[in-house]
Design a protein around this ligand. Structure first.
Ligand code: HEC
Length: 191
């Protein structure tokens, strides 16, 4: 026991000893806890979402960025997630700053958006989304950002409605906000 090498079996032996010594949290970092980490992710994701979105007031008026017409929310993607329900009442993305969601948002962005907007949203065929210049100034706010993504812009920027869910749009938005490189004073979604 005096010769310490860090083999997994010995680490778990150490953990068992540590549990006995009540150092519970140290052992939760062991490799066997991958599944519960996953669960923790889900818990954290829901934790930032309001438990009773209906109590936050009526649904706001969402309109197409180009058309100005009310957005049709029947996208065939099923019921709104709690985060979407909250967002439709507050206009603020409850997933902003949520590390677990942001990671997933990047995976979704990579498949649905990066081909046109660049891998880090730096711009390619479509404009940069990480800076503070917006063709449509409403995109500086989460509500306008969602309206453009869901309802589309001009030309190649087709509506994402029906292609990805509204919850996935919020996840993508949280990642894009997380890579913002513009003037902090123009980060209006933070207010
Ligand atoms: C087929 C290419 C293509 C894909 C895929 C695409 N976009 Fe676009 N996007 C464009 C183009 C081109 C524009 C410029 C259109 C305009 O100004 O109306 C644009 C504009 C935008 C704007 C407005 C930017 C501004 O300056 O106001 C946002 C926001 C946006 N896209 C987000 C996204 C997101 C998020 C995704 C993925 C879910 C996505 N786009 C997928 C091509 C694309």
């Amino acid at each position: 026991m005096l010769v310490l090498s860090f083999k997994r079996s010995q680490i778990s032996a150490f953990c068992t000893a540590a549990v006995m010594a009540s150092f519970l949290s140290a052992c939760h970092a062991s490799p066997q806890s991958a599944a519960s980490d996953e669960q923790k992710g889900t818990v954290a994701k829901e934790a930032l979402v309001h438990p009773n979105p209906e109590s936050l007031g009526p649904v706001l008026d969402f309109r197409g960025t180009i058309s100005g017409e009310p957005l049709d929310f029947n996208d065939g993607k099923g019921a709104d997630s709690p985060a979407v329900q909250e967002f439709k009442r507050t206009g603020k993305n409850p997933y902003n700053l949520n590390e677990n969601v942001i990671k997933n948002g990047y995976t979704l962005f990579s498949t649905a958006c990066s081909g046109c907007h660049g891998h880090l949203a730096e711009g390619k065929l479509g404009p940069a989304l990480a800076d503070d210049y917006w063709t449509y100034p409403g995109n500086a706010y989460d509500k306008g950002f969602f309206e453009t993504i869901y309802g589309g812009g001009q030309g190649m920027m087709g509506p994402q409605k029906g292609l990805i869910s509204q919850d996935e749009i919020l996840q993508i938005m949280s990642w894009i906000r997380s890579v913002y490189v513009g003037d902090p004073k123009k980060a209006k979604w933070k207010k």
